[in-house]
Design a protein around this ligand. Structure first.
Ligand code: BES
Ligand code: ZN
Ligand code: ZN
Length: 488
């Protein structure tokens, strides 16, 4: 989709379709279209056919320069949020796409900062129009797709609007890459496939990429990743991405769970929805996407991405309940449930971060069903001991619409993962399941400023929802980039 910018008088705009949004209070604004619509607008407003209610869409066909006008309601000005705005834009642009419009223009919001407005519209459009059709071989040319997109703004705001567009293009490319990684099925997106993609993206952006295979992992003592890998026919990979935006700057490590398919292993899952476990590498995809975006934005930090990749499968060789494994930091893990594999692979990856002496460590993982039970699909779970980090991440989440909700990580929960025969066990019972998983991870992180994000409820959707089409969402990238932009 090409993106153009139009900054002349709206009367001069020639387009197949223009989306124009307004608040309930500002509905008279629409009278600027009176001439072009031969007074139809006045009629529609008079009859209250369009009142600007949130997400209301009213479509008119015209004969002039603008062939079709889509009015989009933003609701009451006092109830307006950028999250609602993103979702309204998603609604309108997907509506236009479904009407088989190929060339679309969208007018910026009048009373939002021009850069923010442009960023928001391009972001919401590119994210909601994302379409994963790699495996559709039939009727490909019948697919509806918007190929040309024009943002309509005031000439005076040209520079800011242009900045907003550029930022949105980088971010949405990164998110859509992460979505692709998530949406490719487990038989294609194996550990080596994802490692290869990470390397390609790293090469494009000057990020250093190191890929470790099973033999390297053995040598390095990463037995936890290897244990989970034992049942799989595919080798495990550990991807390490190193971006240096500033030689002397502080270091942040981002760690992402990369289970390319989670069958549960010997503690096998029920077959209902097991197909969705191809998304169990979405934390890893988020880390890859975040580094890709950070490098293109030239953020002035040292950012390290670490992604342990493997399937979790049952087999005669698979790791078993009762097995005891020595992790990278020497701690002994008592495997109670092989389906709690995410925390096992993350133990090695998190312990490894100490080699970078990072200021901050953040991990992203589709870690527990318990987190989805607790919080649903509206936010990711946030776990950290650091109040300042919690505040900064939560604010970044609010700003980008990728919401976080903090759950406790009190010492008392540690009791639940004490093992009789080893240092720690990988299952602490059903109660507080998302928290005991976080408490387990904590055993392997030395950095005090560490946050764990449980994205089990937000990493994919099974119905189109807001800016997210069915499938992987790429959650976490926009929130993290916002956080990194503000990190001093
Ligand atoms: N990948 C799953 C978590 C998950 C489940 C994410 C459903 C999204 C939707 C994870 O590896 C897992 O299986 N967790 C178990 C942990 C339990 C065995 C302690 C769970 O949540 O049931
Ligand atoms: Zn599992
Ligand atoms: Zn899993």
């Amino acid at each position: 989709m090409r993106i153009a910018l139009f900054t002349k008088q709206i009367k001069e705009l020639k387009t197949d379709c223009l989306i124009y949004s307004c608040y309930e209070e500002n509905i008279e604004e629409l009278e600027i279209f009176n001439e072009q619509t031969n007074g139809l607008i006045a009629h529609i407003l008079h009859n209250k056919e369009f009142i600007g209610k949130i997400n209301q869409i009213y479509s008119l066909r015209l004969n002039g320069n603008i062939k079709r006008l889509i009015l989009l309601g933003l609701g009451k000005r006092t109830e307006f949020t950028t999250k609602k705005a993103r979702e309204a834009i998603a609604k309108a642009v997907t509506y236009a796409r479904d009407q088989d419009i190929k060339e679309l223009s969208v007018h910026v919001f009048n009373d939002l900062h021009p850069q923010e407005s442009a960023n928001l519209i391009v972001e919401a459009s590119r994210l909601s129009l994302y379409n994963f059709n790699h495996y559709k071989t039939q009727n490909k040319n019948e697919q509806k797709e918007i190929t040309a997109f024009t943002l309509v703004a005031d000439q005076n705001n040209f520079i800011e609007v242009d900045k907003g567009i550029r930022n949105a293009l980088i971010l949405t490319e990164a998110v859509n890459i992460a979505r692709d990684l998530g949406n490719h099925p487990g038989n294609i997106a194996t550990p080596s496939y994802i490692a290869k993609k990470a390397k390609e993206l790293a090469l494009k952006t000057g990020i250093k990429c190191t890929i470790l295979g099973n033999r390297d992992l053995e040598r390095w003592g990463m037995n936890a990743i290897l244990a989970v890998n034992k049942g799989s026919a595919h080798q495990a990979k550990l991807v390490i991405l190193e971006y240096s935006g500033n030689r002397k700057g502080k270091t942040i490590c981002l760690v992402g769970k990369g289970i390319t398919f989670d069958s549960g292993g010997i503690s096998i899952k029920p077959s209902d929805k097991m197909d969705e476990m191809k998304y169990d590498m979405c934390g890893g995809a988020t880390v890859i996407g975040t580094l890709y975006a950070a490098a293109q934005l030239k953020l002035p930090h040292k950012i390290i991405g670490i992604i342990p990749l493997t399937e979790n499968m049952p087999s005669g060789n698979a790791y078993k309940p009762g097995d005891i494994i020595k992790a990278y930091n020497g701690k002994m893990i008592d495997v109670i449930d092989t389906d709690a594999e995410g925390r096992v692979v993350l133990s090695d990856a998190l312990a490894y971060t100490k080699n970078y002496k990072p200021e901050i460590v953040i991990d992203y993982a589709t870690l527990t069903g318990a987190c989805v039970v607790a919080l649903g699909e509206e936010c990711s779970g946030l776990f950290t001991q650091d109040d300042q980090l919690a505040k900064q991440l939560t604010e970044s989440g609010e700003k980008t619409g990728e919401r976080l909700w903090r759950l406790p990580l009190w010492e008392e929960y540690k009791e639940l993962i004490k093992s009789s025969h080893a240092d720690v066990k990988n299952y602490g019972g059903r109660y507080g399941g998302a928290i005991t998983a976080a408490a387990f991870l904590q055993e392997f992180v030395e950095c005090k400023k560490w946050a764990h994000l449980d994205i089990a409820g937000t990493a994919w959707v099974t119905k189109n929802k807001g800016i997210n089409p069915v499938g992987a969402t790429g959650v976490g990238i926009r929130m993290t980039i916002e956080f990194l932009k503000n990190w001093k």
